[in-house]
Design a protein around this ligand. Structure first.
Ligand code: FAD
Length: 470
């Protein structure tokens, strides 16, 4: 059994598998790594299957000069208690550093800071009444209950509270910055959670990073899994998941390469999972995953600059002429030793995998993004840019719709056997390393408690079998 120690977020493992349980973890992102780490620590024989040649999933990294940078900007918040608890356990807590950060808003070529009530009052694109209504919306958002917010869209909720014009000019760009053009159906509950997470309940915005980058977390987790006897397989995409005749789980990486397990936790995007289970004895189990769930992707660029652009960590910039939705200037948080001395700027663009942008070349994308950036910062010179890279991912953020709370995939697909700990289940928590770590803890906890039940009452094993063949 794994418990969150009160207030600390640290984990305590009180269950144990003995050496009798083979468990596969599909996906080597943070969710898979935390699941495998907790299971290995509890005595299970764990095998992690990662499709790519690197661990870390969306938080993975690339080498730049003498440092390793994230492909997609990443930072922590003081409220990330699940992640911080794991880092404490791994002995990494003293490697985290924190800084006050800020948020900016680019409107018609003008940059506004939007971090204090006074800055909000100075936000001239809106009338004074609209600014006051936005301020009151923020206050209401931080004190109101979340009841019923899953059933109303952000568009409706925010427009009602702040007014239509304030929604269009102020809130819509924030939603677009996360969902691109697919923001319309996102429930207000998502916004409420995110707002309260980022602003930490009205305290000053503060973000954290770790010396050595997220690679350090990934490597420490993977070393710890191996030290506990776990196996990590890279370039091992799970293509098929099925049941054997004697009702054990079989994981295929290629048609002629398969291994049998007692239990499986899937952390890879569920869209690939559905396909892996589609034609076999698990087909009816796969149907329990809502086929309507889709995910937003991302096509981001990272630029290494000779100079900084603003003092803000994040600047929202929604403009038809700009082919991305915001600028994250990581160097406002990261120490120079973590960026090889360059100014690090990420241009974020949330876009669906069916968008033509996904098939454009890096050169085409960079040309368009650079033109957009120069439009925002006209004094930026070509010479200011030292290096530039593009990174894409098709499965990033679930495209939530109202009532998602009821439709999100279950953690337990077959009790005692098949579990899910994927990004699509983190809701209403914000998808993040913290959300993934918290979900992984919860799912491992479920698996352990089911395992204990089987040990005390072997008849439960029969119950599982009956369930599977329904
Ligand atoms: C632009 C951007 C910025 C972000 N910023 C932050 C931030 O500042 N802070 C924060 O905490 N979070 C941030 N996030 C979110 C965070 O990265 C994710 O929530 C988190 O990484 C999800 O982890 P995961 O393990 O659930 O999934 P993933 O990271 O998606 O990992 C899934 C893994 O499964 C593997 N896989 C896929 N198919 C298969 C298969 N068939 N077989 C085996 N393996 C498979 C994939 O290769 C991948 O490694 C950001 C994300 C993006 C895209």
């Amino acid at each position: 059994m794994i418990k969150n120690l009160k207030d600390t977020g640290a984990t305590e493992v009180t269950g144990n598998f003995g050496a009798s349980s083979d468990i596969a973890v599909v996906g080597g992102g943070i969710s898979g790594l935390v699941s495998a780490y907790l299971l290995a620590k509890a005595g299970a024989r764990v095998t992690v299957y990662e499709a790519s040649d690197q661990l870390g999933g969306l938080g993975t990294f690339f080498q730049y000069r003498n440092v390793h940078l994230e492909r997609f900007y990443h930072c922590m918040l003081p409220s990330d208690r699940h992640l911080l608890g794991i880092l404490r356990e791994l002995g990494l807590e003293d490697q985290i550093y924190w800084k006050e950060t800020s948020f900016g808003f680019m409107q018609n070529g003008q940059l506004y800071g939007l971090n204090t009530p006074l800055e909000l009052l100075r936000f001239s694109p809106l009338s004074l009444i609209d600014r006051i209504r936005i301020g009151l919306t923020g206050v209401w958002g931080s004190i109101c209950s979340s009841n019923g917010l899953d059933n109303v869209t952000c568009v409706r909720w925010l427009s009602r509270l702040s007014g239509r014009r304030a929604f269009e000019i102020f809130w819509k760009p924030m939603l677009q910055a996360k969902f691109g053009d697919r923001y319309q159906n996102v429930p207000a509950l998502w916004f409420w959670k995110r707002f309260n997470r980022e602003k930490g309940g009205g305290k000053k915005e503060c973000k954290g990073y770790i010396h050595g980058g997220y690679r350090r977390i990934i490597n420490t987790l993977s070393e710890s899994i191996k030290a506990h006897g776990g196996i990590i397989k890279l370039q091992a995409p799970v293509e098929k998941l099925d049941l054997t005749e004697d009702e054990r789980l079989i994981v295929h990486t290629t048609p002629d390469k398969a291994q049998v397990f007692d239990r499986v936790i899937v952390t890879a995007p569920i869209l690939s999972l559905r396909a892996a289970m589609a034609d076999g004895r698990l087909a009816s189990v796969a149907e329990r995953i809502d086929a309507g769930i889709d995910m937003q992707g991302v096509v981001n660029a990272v630029l290494m600059l000779r100079r900084g652009l603003t003092q803000h960590y994040w600047v929202a910039a929604i403009d038809e002429e700009i082919p991305f939705q915001g600028v994250v200037e990581s160097t406002t948080l990261l120490e120079k030793t973590d960026t090889a001395g360059v100014h690090l700027v990420y241009l974020m663009n949330y876009v669906h995998r069916t968008d033509p942008l996904f098939s454009q070349s890096d050169t085409e994308i960079l040309q368009a993004y650079m033109a957009g950036l120069k439009r925002l910062f006209p004094d930026l010179q070509e010479d200011d840019v030292i290096d530039r890279f593009v990174f894409r991912s098709p499965f990033v953020e679930p495209l939530y719709t109202t009532g998602y709370q009821q439709r999100k995939p279950p953690a337990v697909l077959i009790p005692g056997k098949l579990y899910l700990a994927t990004t699509t289940q983190v809701y209403p928590e914000v998808t993040s390393w913290n959300g993934a770590a918290g979900l992984a803890q919860k799912v491992v906890n479920e698996l352990l408690s089911e395992h204990r039940k089987t040990l005390t009452n072997p008849a439960n094993e029969m119950k599982h079998k009956a369930y599977e063949t329904q």
